[in-house]
Structures are given as C-alpha cells and as structure tokens.
Design a binder for this molecule. Structure first.
Ligand SMILES: Nc1ncnc2c1ncn2[C@@H]1O[C@H](COP(=O)(O)OP(=O)(O)OP(=O)(O)O)[C@@H](O)[C@H]1O
Length: 792
C-alpha cells in the first residue's frame, strides 16, 4: 500500500520531465517555422528548375557544381525527394504542416488541434497524390512516385472500379468528418447559388459573407440581439431560416358535405382547425445561429497561469516511510495502553505528509472513553506534540491515534494543482487545500460550503491557507467567472493581488484601490454587496430560476435578454483576513451585513471566507457561526478557541506549519495545507497582470453610507446624545480623531464619524484633513462650555 502511494506522488514529476520550457518552445517553434518556409521555397522553385537540376542529383558532395533551385543543392534534393520520389504537388501540404507546427510551438497553443491538422493533412496529401497517379500514365511531378505506385498497386489488386470506389469513399469521409458537410448543406448551397443568380438579375440583395458571419459569432450578445433586430431581413442566415419558417399557408379547410336522411339542399361545412405548428423559439434560433453565449469571449486570449510558475518545495522524494520510527511508535502505543490494561487486537499505520495515523482495534470489552481519557498519557509516553485521538473513527469502527512524523514533508501547491483530482474537478469553485493523512489531494467546492470560517494563532499558516484558496481558484477559473473582494486590515498580506485588479477583483465605484484596508470602506463594501445580492435575487426571480448556476445556463442558452438587464453573473468570493480587528473597530456595522450575506447569498453565488487569529466568542458570534458551516482551523492556543471554531477540541493539538482540521458540519478531516510561497503568488499575479484585462475592476453597486448624507447643518436638536461628552474628550486630548472617540466612548465607527461631523458644524473641530487628525479649534474645556452654552 505504501509503495502505491509513493507512485502517486511521483507521477506529476514524471510528466513534467518531458515538458519543454518556454524558451525551448520558442526556439523549436522558430526553427520549425523556418524549416517549413525553406521546404515551401524549395518546392516552388523545384517546379521551375527540376529539369535543369536533374543531372546534379546525387552529386551533393561536389562543391563545384551549383543547382538552379533557390535553395541550391539542398533545395534540389529536398524537392526531388518529396515531389518526384514522394507525393508530387501534394507535398506542399508537408511544408504547410511543418510551418504550422512551428507557429503552434512559438505561441504555445494547445497541441490537440495540431494533431488533427497532421492527421487530416497527411490523409489529404496521400489522396491527392494517388488521384494524380490515377490520371497520369507515369510517375510525374504531379503525382510523385508514391502516388503513381500506390495507384498502380491498387489497380493490380482491386481493379479500376475498385480504386475509384475507394478513392470516392475517402473523399466522402474527408468531406463529412473533417469539413462536416451534410447533404442538406449541399442542397442549400445549390439553392442559394440559384437564388444568387436570380438576384443578380433582379434586385440587389445585401447579404453577409461567411467571413462576416464568423466575425459576427465573436461579438457579444447584447450587440447580437440589437443587430438581430435591425438586420432581420438582411442576413443570409435569417434568409435561410425565414425560408424554413415562412408561415406555410394554412392547410385548406377540409370541407365535408353532410347529407342528411331528409333530403335537403342545405349543405353544412365542417371546419377542422389545422394543428398548430411548433415554432422554433427565438433563443433556439439565436443559439443555432451564433452558438451558446461564451462569457470568456471578451478575454478570449486569456491564458491560465502555467504550472511552471509554482515551485516544488518537497526536498528530495515524496513521502518516505521510516520503518524504525513506525515500529518505535507502535511499541510505545502498545506499551502505554497495556499499562492501563488495554489490550490491542490489531494495529495499522497510514503515513501522511506530516502525521501518521495508527488505527487500533482494541480487545473486546474495552470502553472507548477509557482510551480517549488517556490522550495526555499517550502523548507523554510518545514524547510528541500534536497527538490527537479519534475514538472511534467515524464509519470504520477503529480508534485512531495521530502521531506527528519526525521529518514532516512540505506539500507543495504545485503537486496539488497538478493532481488529476484537482485538474479533473467538475466543481463550481474548486479549492485544493492540501493533502489528507492518507496522502490524497483534498479538493472541495467553495460553492457547496457555502461560506467558511478560518482560524489559527499567528504564524500557523493562515495566510498561506488563504493564498492556497486564491491560487486554486486562479488556476481553474477564468476572470469572467469569478471575482474576489479582498479585505486586508493588516495591509500587507494580500497586496500582491493588486496586480490582477482588472482581471479578478471587484470594488466600489470611484475607489482607487480594490484591496480594502480601511474599516469604513469595508462597511460600505459589505452594504454594497448586500445591494448586489438583492439585485441578483431580482434577476433570478425575473428569470424564474432558483440559483446562479441555472441562471447562467439560461443566459448562455440565450434565453435571457441582455436588454432587460440580464448579464452573465460571475461568482463573488469575499475574503476577510483578520476579522477580529474589524469586529473590534466596527462591531454591529460589519456583523449585520455579514450575517445577512451569509444567510442569503449562497444561491446567488456570493461566498464568504473569514479568517481570524482570535476565534473568541465575541469575534465569532452565534449568528455568524450559525451561518458558516465550513470551518478550517490551524493550530490555536487553547481548547476553548478550538471549541469555538470547530465545536470540538483538537485544533489546540495541531503542530502548526499548515497542519489543519477541516469540517463541513460533520466529521473532522486532518489535512496538511499546501504551501505556496509569496514569490510564487507574485509570479502568478505578474503573469495574469501582464495580460489583456477588462477596462476596470468588476464594479459593485454604489452605496451611500449613512455618514454620506450628513450635512454640515449646525442643528442643536439633532445632535447625538453623547455630543457634549465627545467634545470634551477631544478638547482634553486636543486631537480631533474619530478613533479616539471610538475607544474612549466605545462607539461604533459610523456614530463616531457622525459626531465629528456635528462638531465640525459647531466649529469645535476643523475640516477633514486626509490621514491626519482634525485640528481642535477650542483650546480649553471652559471655552467649550461657553461655546455650547451660548448656542442654547
Ligand atoms: N502549509 C505549510 N507548509 C509548510 N510551512 C508552512 C505552511 N504554512 C505556513 N508555513 C510556515 O509558517 C510560516 C507562517 O505562515 P503564515 O504567514 O501563513 O502564518 P499566519 O498564520 O498567517 O500568521 P499571521 O496571522 O501572523 O499572519 C510561513 O512563513 C511558513 O514558513
């Protein structure tokens, strides 16, 4: 089993050994392109010079002799080889394919398409050469020797008719499979050309050419729909359709003449209504004409960061199994348990990157709680930190003892991103956190969580964890599909993501920086996000769908009209690093919108990730906890913190450096977080930032904060109840700062700001001066009392 695991870890590396670096690709690309060009020139000139050069073939080594070919003896030989001895005129296809391969390598395009080009190109070349061989009586430069001989060979075996049949079948195969021609298309083409002839004689009808039609596919839907309305009768596509759909005259009403027994001249007409014809809906028509809407179209040349930007942090090989260590730990566990008269029926070890899990089956009749209570004793006898006892392991009927390895292995982000589990993940927002204890890559869908709380004492790997989350999404999601709102009160952790502002970030209109470091802006952004949420719910209601996935599918199928305000909705991921800081400064003002978003936002694609160093109950309040089912804990300092974040102990016994516990509401999973270093994040953001971007970040709806409405009216009656007290605080301190009021009077951010504005109106403090505190205009408390008394 252990051997098997070793294999899994090394497989990505084996794959990478064969991949070329960027420079190598550019060099190879240029070489192949020029080679293709050389072949082309040799072939062209061979047609004019082959007779003159024929006698020189075979005298390649003779420097005296000169050939007439543009590429001299090389050209003459190459031409002779490919055209005369090979495939005749069809050899030009080889030159084209070699040149094209060069272009693919130069620009590092996906090679899948290239393989197709080669397959079909070679088939076509062979066919053309045999075709000419069929008509030419002898091998010429039209068919080449291969074409002539193959044709000869085929005729010897299956005769003239057989050869014609086989050649015809290959031609049909090419037309149908490669060019996707169908009999309908051929008939339509004939009809259109007939019509064209008619039109040429009659009225001139404007139509679009296939090239124009193709370009049209590439413009965005809103334009398409608008254009569609305007050009209704002009385009060829619509011409065809209208032909198909031209309301056929209603079938003639069936007239049945009834003759009654009683002879009479009265005729009765029975009218049978014709069956209503099913008309193709407008959306089906649009999809048929222009294909599904592609949200990536605006940045269609966007290239995802390559795996090469990530580094391999594992020194040496993957997981190594230290037999001695395993044996030693096993003996100690057995010994310790036997000291407490607990017998063991069997024991099994699973080696992970940082921790080894020993699964034991105790003798019959042993109480599980007894083992659980011995946690500290076992830890003592193993003299190791970070022992965790899982009694019992859910669903397995065994008891687990996790013991940290002496030599823990770093799990590189590179290995988890390259894993097939992540690459093949069919999830909305896949996140590769790291590896489990059994060394499997752990991938979860953020869209399913739907919000996550993250906690960990300082230096235990929280920032690395956040970077792992963001990196996973950057490797999997196009800028059109996901947007981040990053809140970073520490001002340093997430700065690197500034470079991808116009690709991946969302911000309030009229703000310079997309990454939010200021409390007031956080409040505005959260409220704006609530408006975005309400707007999205309105769109969903209008579209009669239940969630963002259904909405986007409907939009892609062109069933929602952009003119009615519908647009493709990207997922929005809000990341708050250091939540405790925010709650301390802004209290309810951040808690309320966060709770609202957490309760309602899952269906409309807004997901929250909140990280904190201090998972105490006044930071993670009941209402927040209740709406964040996914929890992630790095090492925390106390059992109480562990219980607050996980509703369970265990996080206090982790070993740090990315060792973590994750839960989505049920059992805890111990994981080793993938490590991604700051320079790697810098490389990725540089790579993305250097590409063509949207004109601006994704703009959130405008939110006018409460303080925005404050006017400088000096209205004594509307003053805050704490106005006088606050004025005294500022006059004593001679410092006009809102945060001073917040601290001294325990006010919220907005209320303190409002009081300061009222003081400005009353002439107690000076105007706003940017980052500096306002000037206090009243020098003493006496002067303040006098000023306020005079007002009343
Ligand atoms: N997954 C990991 N694998 C290996 N080492 C790690 C991992 N995560 C973190 N470390 C180590 O721990 C150090 C601190 O990590 P990090 O900066 O993420 O801590 P933090 O919890 O964000 O601290 P703070 O809250 O003070 O910012 C890193 O520089 C790195 O050396």
């Amino acid at each position: 089993m252990a051997k098997k695991k070793k294999k899994t870890t090394s497989s990505p590396r084996t794959k990478m050994r064969f991949s070329l670096s960027k420079q190598q690709k550019i060099l190879l690309g240029s070489f192949l392109f020029l080679l293709g060009l050389a072949l082309l020139l040799s072939f062209i000139s061979y047609f004019f010079t082959w007779q003159a050069d024929q006698s020189d073939i075979g005298t390649l080594g003779d420097r005296e002799l000169q050939a007439d070919n543009w590429l001299n003896k090389f050209g003459a030989h190459i031409g002779h080889f490919f055209i005369h001895q090979g495939f005749g005129v069809a050899s030009f296809i080889i030159a084209f394919l070699v040149g094209l391969t060069g272009v693919y390598y130069f620009f590092d395009y996906a090679k899948k398409q290239l393989v197709k080009f080669w397959f079909w190109g070679l088939l076509l070349m062979l066919w053309i050469s045999i075709f000419f061989g069929f008509f030419d009586g002898k091998a010429t430069i039209l068919s080449g020797t291969v074409g002539f001989e193959t044709n000869d060979y085929m005729q010897d075996y299956i005769g003239l008719v057989g050869t014609i049949l086989i050649m015809t079948f290959i031609l049909i195969f090419y037309l149908v499979v490669r060019l996707k021609l169908t009999p309908d298309m051929a008939i339509n083409a004939v009809k259109i050309s007939k019509k064209q002839i008619k039109d040429d004689f009659g009225t001139v009808n404007k139509r679009i050419t296939p090239i124009e039609q193709e370009t049209k596919h590439k413009i965005s839907t809103s334009q398409l729909i608008a254009e569609e309305d305007e050009e209704e009768e002009e385009t060829e596509v619509e011409l065809e359709l209208s032909k198909k759909e031209k309301p056929t005259p209603p079938p003639p009403v069936e007239k049945i003449i009834l003759k009654s027994d009683v002879e009479s001249d009265v005729e009765m007409e029975v009218e049978q209504a014709p069956e209503e014809e099913e008309v193709e809906s407008i959306s089906e028509k649009l999809v048929k004409d222009f294909g599904e809407f592609d949200p990536r179209l605006d940045l269609s040349n966007y290239r995802f960061p390559s795996i090469e930007l990530l580094r391999d942090h594992t020194s040496g090989s993957g997981i190594t199994i230290d037999q001695e260590e395993l044996e030693e730990n096993k003996n100690r566990i057995v010994e310790t348990l036997s000291n407490y008269k607990i017998g063991i029926a069997s024991i099994k070890a699973t080696v992970g990157p940082t921790v080894t899990l020993y699964e034991i089956v105790p003798d019959a009749g042993i109480r599980i709680s007894k083992i659980k209570n011995l946690e500290d004793d076992i830890a003592l006898s193993l003299s190791a930190l970070g022992i965790r006892i899982i009694a019992p392991i859910p669903g397995r009927g065994t008891i687990g003892i996790e013991v940290p390895n002496k030599n823990p292995k770093t799990v590189s982000m590179r290995s988890v991103i390259a894993s097939s589990k992540f690459q093949g993940a069919e999830m909305e927002l896949p996140i590769a956190f790291g590896k489990t204890i059994s060394n499997e890559t752990f991938v979860v869908d953020l869209a399913k969580m739907p919000h996550m709380l993250m906690a960990g004492a300082t230096g235990q790997g929280k920032s690395v964890g956040l970077n792992a989350v963001l990196t996973s999404l950057l490797y999997k999601k196009h800028p059109a599909e996901v947007k981040f709102i990053l809140v970073d009160p520490k001002k340093v952790e997430l700065t690197l993501f500034n470079k991808i502002e116009r690709h991946y970030l969302a911000k309030l209109p009229d703000t310079d920086e997309a990454i939010i470091t200021d409390t007031n802006k956080v409040i505005n952004t959260l409220n704006s996000l609530c408006i975005e949420m309400d707007n999205r719910y309105d769109l969903l209601k209008d579209a009669m769908v239940r969630n963002i996935k259904e909405y986007n599918t409907k939009f892609k199928n062109r069933k929602l009209n952009p003119n009615d305000g519908h647009h493709y909705l990207p997922y929005i991921v809000l990341v708050i690093d250091e939540f405790a800081d925010l709650i301390m400064t802004a209290g309810k003002e951040v808690e309320t919108p966060i709770a609202r978003l957490a309760q309602l936002a899952r269906a409309i694609g807004i997901h929250l990730i909140i990280a904190t160093q201090r998972p105490s109950v006044n930071v993670i309040t009941g209402i927040i906890k209740a709406n964040f089912p996914a929890r992630l804990a790095f090492r925390v300092t106390s059992k109480i913190d562990s219980r607050t974040i996980l509703d369970n102990s265990g996080a206090d016994q982790l070993i740090g450096r990315g060792d973590m516990l994750f839960t989505q509401g049920n059992e805890l999973t111990r994981l080793q977080c993938a490590f991604v270093d700051t320079p790697e994040v810098a490389d990725i953001t540089d790579f993305i930032g250097s590409q063509k971007a949207y004109p601006d970040a994704y703009l959130l709806p405008e939110y006018v904060g409460e303080e925005g409405g404050t006017t400088l009216d000096n209205n004594v009656d509307e003053r805050d109840a704490l106005f006088r007290e606050a004025a005294e605080v500022l006059v004593i301190a001679q410092q006009g700062s809102a945060s001073l009021l917040q601290r001294k009077l325990k006010l919220g951010y907005n209320r303190a700001g409002r009081i300061i504005d009222q003081m400005e109106a009353a002439g107690i403090v000076g105007p706003f001066e940017g980052s500096k505190a306002r000037q206090v205009l009243v020098p003493t408390l006496d002067a303040l009392n006098q000023l306020i008394d005079n007002e009343n």
